[in-house]
Write a protein of this length. Structure first.
Length: 217
């Protein structure tokens, strides 16, 4: 019987290796995610997960926050799967264009609407909200009673980003106050996204530099 030998490039094109090599990067929002937040729990549950560490969680600056994420993506040695919450969704959507090729997918949970009339002044620098279509698999998870983003706004963001939308009932801002613990439903959605994520990376070990340190792409 003839033995079939698959080349590395063919495996990449078919996406067979994607699920094995994805690098989860957890992207918290304003004021970080506390120990009871599902993101903090996932940081210990997901093998090889990397968590973004911002210099100042209380006084966010859009260019700095975007640059911090961009640097982490740039250094990744495997395709990246972003796991973002709130303001973290916006900086994920604002990732510099050259680095988007290294992102296989993004789970965007409870995106913050920094354009709303009552948005905190310190978040206004993240407006306008990036609305460009994302060139990778993405899922937006929103709640029908999120105090920081109306459902119709979350749907509009998802439509522009080209994201699938999943709506939760009565989950608030989908944070520690929502009482989700490990959030099994979210992990299931994450697993499905991970399986669907296509291979989107430069050749192994290659970095895409320099990383722009400006704000929106």
């Amino acid at each position: 019987m003839q033995k079939t030998i698959y080349s590395f490039e063919l495996l990449k094109r078919r996406g067979i290796m994607a699920a094995m090599r994805l690098q989860p990067i957890i992207v918290p929002g304003w004021k970080n995610s506390g120990p009871d937040h599902w993101q903090s729990r996932w940081a210990t549950l997901l093998p090889h997960a990397v968590r973004i560490q911002q210099r100042d969680w209380e006084n966010p600056e859009a260019p700095e926050w975007i640059s911090t994420l961009a640097s982490e993506v740039d250094q990744a040695r495997s395709p990246v799967l972003l796991i973002a919450h709130s303001l973290g969704c916006l900086i994920s959507a604002a990732l510099p264009v050259p680095l988007r090729a290294k992102v296989a997918g993004a789970l965007l949970v409870a995106p913050a609407d920094v354009e709303r009339a009552d948005a905190p002044a310190c978040l206004r620098g993240f407006a306008p909200i990036p609305r460009q279509s994302l060139p990778f698999q993405s899922v937006v998870i929103a709640s029908d009673d999120d105090p920081y983003c109306r459902l119709e706004r979350a749907r509009a963001f998802a439509q522009d980003w080209g994201s699938r939308v999943i709506v939760l009932s009565g989950a608030g801002h989908i944070n520690a106050d929502s009482g989700l613990a490990d959030w099994p439903q979210g992990l299931k959605i994450f697993g499905a996204l991970r399986r669907r994520a296509s291979w989107r990376i430069a050749p192994p070990g290659k970095r895409i530099s320099p990383v722009p340190v400006c704000g929106l792409p």
